[in-house]
Design a protein around this ligand. Structure first.
Ligand code: URA
Length: 210
C-alpha cells in the first residue's frame, strides 16, 4: 500500500474527521486502483483471481464501460482480452482509435462466477468505484457497452435494443449506449448498428477536439 493510501486508510478510521469514503478521497487512478484492489465490499472477490480495474489513458476523452471481467480477463488482470475483447479491438481499429487513447473499464471489477450477470447488490457495491474513475478521468464521452453499463450510468429502465444509438447528456458526460461486443458474437446483425453508434461517437469526438 502506498503512503497516500495508508494515510487515507488511517484517516477513514476517524469517522468524524473524515466521513468521506476512501474512493472519494482518491486523487489519482493509481490511488483508486489500490483501493479497488483491496476491496471486500461484496462476495465476488472471494471467487475471482484478480481485480480488473481497467486500463488505458488516465486522461482519456473517451471511456468505454463493459459489464465485468470474464474468465480471460480474470486470468490476465486486464479488461476485454477474450473473444469479445478481440472484437472490441477490431471495432476500435476500424474507427482509428487505439486502446492507449481511450480508457476501458467495467461496471464490476471482479469476475462473477461462471460469467453470470452481476447481482444488483454486487453492482451497488462496485458502482462507486466506476463513479470515482469517471470523476478522476473526466472523459467527455462514455460508451456503455451493453445493458448493464447503460442501466448503471444512464437509467435503470434503459433497454439497449431500444435506446442504443441515442446520446444522453448526463452528469457532465455525453453517453452513448450500444450493444456489448459479446452480443455481436452471438448475433452478427448487431454489427451494423454498433458501427453506426461508433461513427456517431467519432463525429462527436472530432467536434470536441476541433
Ligand atoms: N465483457 C465485459 O463486459 N468486460 C470485459 O472486460 C470482458 C468481457
Amino acid at each position: 500500500m502506498t503512503e497516500n493510501v495508508k494515510q487515507l486508510t488511517l484517516l477513514s478510521d476517524f469517522k468524524t474527521e473524515s466521513p468521506r469514503p476512501l474512493w472519494e478521497q482518491a486523487n489519482s487512478l493509481e490511488e483508486l486502483t489500490e483501493i479497488i484492489t483491496a476491496c471486500r465490499r461484496c462476495r465476488l472477490r472471494d471467487g475471482c483471481h484478480q481485480v480488473v480495474c481497467g486500463e488505458g489513458n488516465p486522461k482519456a476523452d473517451i471511456m468505454l464501460v463493459g459489464e465485468g471481467p470474464g474468465k480471460a480477463e480474470d486470468e490476465a488482470g486486464r479488461p476485454f482480452v477474450g473473444a469479445a475483447g478481440r472484437l472490441l479491438d477490431n471495432i476500435l481499429k476500424a474507427v482509428d482509435l487505439s486502446r492507449s487513447e481511450v480508457f476501458i473499464g467495467n461496471v464490476v471489477k471482479c469476475r462473477p462466477p461462471g460469467n453470470r450477470l452481476p447481482l444488483p447488490d454486487e453492482v451497488k457495491a462496485c458502482e462507486p468505484y466506476l463513479r470515482a474513475q469517471l470523476r478522476i478521468i473526466k472523459p467527455k464521452i462514455v460508451i456503455c457497452l451493453g445493458a448493464l453499463a447503460g442501466k448503471t450510468l444512464v437509467d435503470p429502465s434503459l433497454r439497449v435494443t431500444r435506446d442504443r444509438g441515442q446520446w444522453v447528456d448526463k452528469d457532465g458526460f455525453l453517453i452513448m449506449p450500444t450493444f456489448h461486443p459479446a452480443a455481436l458474437l452471438r448475433d452478427p446483425r448487431k454489427k451494423r448498428p454498433v458501427w453506426e453508434d461508433f461513427q456517431s461517437v467519432i463525429k462527436r469526438y472530432d467536434q470536441l477536439k476541433a
